[in-house]
Design a protein around this ligand. Structure first.
Ligand SMILES: Cc1ncc(C[n+]2csc(CCOP(=O)(O)OP(=O)(O)O)c2C)c(N)n1
Ligand SMILES: CC(=O)[C@@H](O)[C@H](O)COP(=O)(O)O
Ligand SMILES: [Mg+2]
Length: 619
C-alpha cells in the first residue's frame, strides 16, 4: 500500500497480519528517509511502529481516544491518519508538528510536549464519558521514562481508586532519552522477565480451542483476574495501584498486540497493557545508542548515520559551555554536585557524569523533585548545580520558590534552552522563566551576553551564598577563551555607546546585546546599549543615570513582555517618581508556534528590522 494513499485507520482495518507487517516495514523505511532530511524524534518513533499499527487497527479514532504521552512518538499515527505527505515540513514553520496537534487532525485528541500528562488527561476523559453515559475507549500510551514522573503516579493513584474503564498502554523500552533511571526500572525489569502474557495467551488459546470463540474472549476476560492471580506472581507496581495488568507483550509482534488489545478493550475497568519495545528498532545506529544521541536528531546521512550539520569550528553549544565550566569547577570544589531531570544528553552533562560519577544525579523526569533534592543538598553544605530546560522548569516553580528561594539556599540553576527554541514549538519555547522567576525574593538571576561573561557568571554563582539562576539559549556560542572579564558585581549592568552623541538608551540582555550594539555602531545610530545582565537585582545606579539623562529608553526583549524585564524597569521608574519616556518590545500575549527563530521573531514583530524602526522613531 502506498503510504500517501492512507487517509484514515479505516484503510488498514481489512489487512492481514502479513500485510500489516509489510506496512510496518514500509513505515520504518519512510521514517528513516524522511527524518534524515528534516530531523525529528527518530528513535522513539521507530520503536512504536507495530504498536501504533495495532492500536489504530483495534481502536476507532477519533471516537476512541487513543493518544501518546509527550507525543514525540506519534509519527506512525500521523501516517495512518492521512499525513504522510506533510512529513517534508515536519517541525518547520507552518508545517507538521513533532507532537500530536488537534488542529492537524481529528484523530489527535490530546496535545502535549511535556511528559506524563496522559494518565491524568485519560482519567478526565473517562470520567466525562461516564457522566455523559457515553461509550468509547480511552487509551493513553505512556513510555517508561514518562511513567516514572510524579504526575503519572498521582494519576495512577486516582485511576486505581476511580476504577474507570481505560486501557493504559505502557510502552517499555527501558529508555528515557538516555537509559531510564530510578528504582521503578527494577520493577519494570522484573515484569519484563515474567511470563505473564504467555500464561494469559495459553488460557485464551485453551478457551478458543474448545471452539467457544464468542465465549472464549469473555471467559478469558472473566478469568483474567484469576489467571493473573494464579499464573503471574508479579503484577508489579500496577497491581499495587489496584490496576489489572496484562503483559509483558512483544511490542513488535502485531498479531499478539492485536490480540491483547482486543481483550483489554473489553475489560470493564482500568487495565495496563505492558508492551516491550526496542527504541530505534530497525535502524542500527539508533538501536545501539544508549546515550540518547538518536532520541531527537537533526538531518543526517542515513547510510552512515553522520549528522549533516556539525557545530562550526570555534563555536560550542551553550549547554556544553555551562556544563563543562561547572565540571571544571567541581574538580577543585568537591561540594559541587550536578543534577539533571532526565536531560544528561540535552544539557551536555556526560563529561560531569564521567568525571564525578558520585556527584552526578539523573533523577528522571522529575523536575519538582530535582529542585527540592537540590535544596536538600544545599542545606547540608553542598553546592548543587541544577541544569534544567526553561520550559521544564515551569513544573518546578513551587519548589524553586518554596524550597530553594524561601530558605535562601545556594543552589545554582542553569536554565537551558531559554528563549525561542524553534522546532519543538509552543510547548518548549523557554520564554516564560523571566516572568515567573523575577518576582522571587533572594534569587539572583542573570544571563550572560557571550561565553566569557557567562563563564564569569557561573564562577560568581558558585562563589556566593544565595540561590543563583543563569539562563542561556539553545544553540551555539562563539568559544572566546578570553577570561579577563572584569570581576562582576552582583546586580551590575554595563553600557556601550555607539556614537559620541547618543540620543537614546537601548536596554537588553543575552545575545541581543552584541547583535544590537554591532548594528548601531556600524550604522552610527546614536544610542547607548545597556547589557542588563542581571534581572534580579537590577542596577539601580544605572537606572538612575538613565533617568537623569532625560533621553528616551527602548527595552528590547525576545521573551514574554508580560512580567518581563521591561515591566520591572517601568515599575522602578514609577516607584521612584521618575518621569522617563520608556517603550518596550517583547513577545505579546500569544503562544508561539514552531519555526525558525528568525521567522518567528519577524512574525512576533521583534526582529532586528522592527527594532530599528522602533528605535528610529524614538530618536
Ligand atoms: C516535563 C518534561 N521533562 C522532560 C522532557 C524531555 N523528554 C522528552 S521525551 C523524554 C523521555 C521520555 O521517555 P519515554 O516516556 O520512555 O519515551 P521514549 O522516548 O522512550 O519512547 C524526555 C525526558 C519533557 N518532554 N517533559
Ligand atoms: C520531546 C522532548 O521534550 C525532547 O526530546 C526535546 O525535543 C529535546 O529538545 P532538544 O533536542 O533541543 O534537546
Ligand atoms: Mg522509554
Amino acid at each position: 500500500m502506498n503510504l500517501y494513499d492512507i487517509k484514515s485507520p479505516a484503510d488498514i482495518k481489512d489487512m492481514s497480519i502479513d500485510e500489516l507487517n509489510e506496512l510496518a516495514a514500509q513505515i520504518r523505511r519512510f521514517l528513516i528517509e524522511s527524518i534524515s532530511h528534516t530531523g525529528g524524534h527518530l528513535a522513539s518513533n521507530l520503536g512504536v511502529v507495530e504498536l501504533t499499527i495495532a492500536l489504530d487497527y483495534v481502536f476507532n479514532t477519533p471516537c476512541d481516544k487513543v493518544f501518546f504521552d509527550v507525543g514525540h512518538q506519534s509519527y506512525t499515527h500521523k501516517i495512518l491518519t492521512g499525513r504522510a505527505s506533510q512529513f517534508p515540513t515536519l517541525r518547520q514553520y507552518n508545517g507538521l508538528s513533532g507532537f500530536q496537534k488537534r488542529s492537524e487532525s481529528i484523530h489527535d485528541v490530546w496535545e502535549a510536549g511535556h511528559s506524563s500528562t496522559s494518565l491524568s488527561a485519560a482519567l478526565g476523559m473517562a470520567v466525562a464519558r461516564d457522566l455523559n453515559h457515553d461509550d468509547y475507549a480511552v487509551v493513553p500510551v505512556i513510555g517508561d521514562g514518562s511513567m516514572g514522573s510524579g504526575m503519572a503516579f498521582e494519576a495512577l493513584n486516582e485511576i486505581g481508586y476511580e476504577k474507570r474503564k481505560m486501557v493504559i498502554v505502557f510502552n517499555d523500552n527501558n529508555m528515557s532519552i538516555s537509559r531510564n533511571v530510578g528504582a521503578m526500572t527494577y520493577n519494570f525489569a522484573r515484569l519484563r522477565a515474567s511470563d505473564g502474557y504467555n500464561n494469559f495467551k495459553d488460557s485464551l488459546k485453551e478457551n478458543l480451542n474448545r471452539n467457544e470463540f464468542g465465549r472464549g474472549i469473555y471467559r478469558s476476560l472473566k478469568n483474567m483476574k484469576n489467571s493473573i492471580k494464579e499464573n503471574i506472581v508479579d503484577t508489579g507496581i500496577f497491581g499495587q495501584f489496584n490496576l489489572e495488568y496484562m503483559g509483558p507483550v512483544d511490542g513488535h509482534n502485531i498479531h499478539d498486540l492485536i490480540q491483547v488489545l482486543n481483550v483489554a478493550k473489553k475489560y470493564d475497568g482500568p487495565v495496563v497493557v505492558h508492551v516491550i519495545t526496542k527504541k530505534g528498532k530497525g535502524y542500527l545506529p539508533c538501536e545501539n545508542d544508549h546515550e540518547g544521541k538518536w532520541h531527537g536528531v537533526g538531518p543526517f546521512n542515513p547510510d552512515t548515520g553522520k549528522p549533516l550539520h556539525d557545530v562550526p569550528a570555534g563555536w560550542v553549544p551553550w549547554g556544553r559551555l555551562f556544563s563543562d565550566t561547572v565540571c571544571d569547577l567541581a574538580d577543585s570544589d568537591d561540594r559541587i554536585v550536578a543534577i539533571t531531570p532526565a536531560m544528561i544528553q540535552g544539557s551536555f552533562l556526560q563529561r560531569f557524569f564521567a568525571r564525578h560519577p558520585d556527584r552526578a544525579f539523573d533523577c528522571g523526569i522529575a523536575e519538582e523533585h530535582a529542585a527540592t533534592f537540590a535544596a536538600g543538598l544545599a542545606i547540608s553544605g553542598k553546592r548543587p548545580y541544577l541544569a534544567i530546560y526553561s520550559s521544564f522548569l515551569q513544573r518546578a516553580y513551587d519548589q524553586i520558590n518554596h524550597d530553594i528561594c524561601r530558605m535562601d539556599l545556594p543552589v545554582v540553576i542553569g536554565i537551558d534552552h531559554a528563549g525561542l527554541v524553534g522546532s519543538d514549538g509552543e510547548t518548549h519555547h523557554g520564554i516564560y522563566d523571566i516572568s515567573i522567576l523575577k518576582s522571587l525574593p533572594h534569587l539572583i538571576y542573570a544571563q550572560g551576553k557571550d561565553a566569557p561573561e557567562s563563564r564569569a557568571l557561573i564562577r560568581l554563582a558558585f562563589g556566593q551564598n544565595h540561590p543563583f539562576a543563569i539562563r542561556y539559549p539553545k544553540g551555539v556560542v562563539k568559544e572566546e577563551k578570553q577570561e579577563n572579564v572584569p570581576p562582576i558585581a552582583i546586580g551590575s549592568w554595563t553600557s556601550f555607546s555607539a556614537t559620541d552623541h547618543d540620543k537614546a538608551w537601548v536596554l537588553t540582555y543575552g545575545t541581543s546585546v552584541d547583535v544590537i550594539f554591532d548594528k548601531l555602531r556600524v550604522n552610527q545610530i546614536p544610542a547607548t546599549v545597556v547589557n542588563c545582565r542581571f534581572f534580579n537585582p537590577m542596577d539601580e545606579d544605572m537606572l538612575q543615570k538613565i533617568a537623569d539623562s532625560h533621553l528616551p529608553v527602548l527595552v528590547y526583549e525576545t521573551d514574554m513582555k508580560a512580567g518581563g524585564l521591561g515591566e520591572s524597569i517601568i515599575a522602578w521608574f514609577v516607584d521612584h517618581d521618575l518621569d522617563v519616556h520608556i517603550e518596550q518590545m517583547g513577545i505579546g500575549d500569544v503562544y508561539v508556534p514552531q519555526g525558525a527563530e528568525t521567522r518567528l521573531r519577524h512574525d512576533l514583530g521583534i526582529d532586528l528590522n522592527a527594532f530599528l524602526d522602533r528605535l528610529n522613531k524614538l530618536l
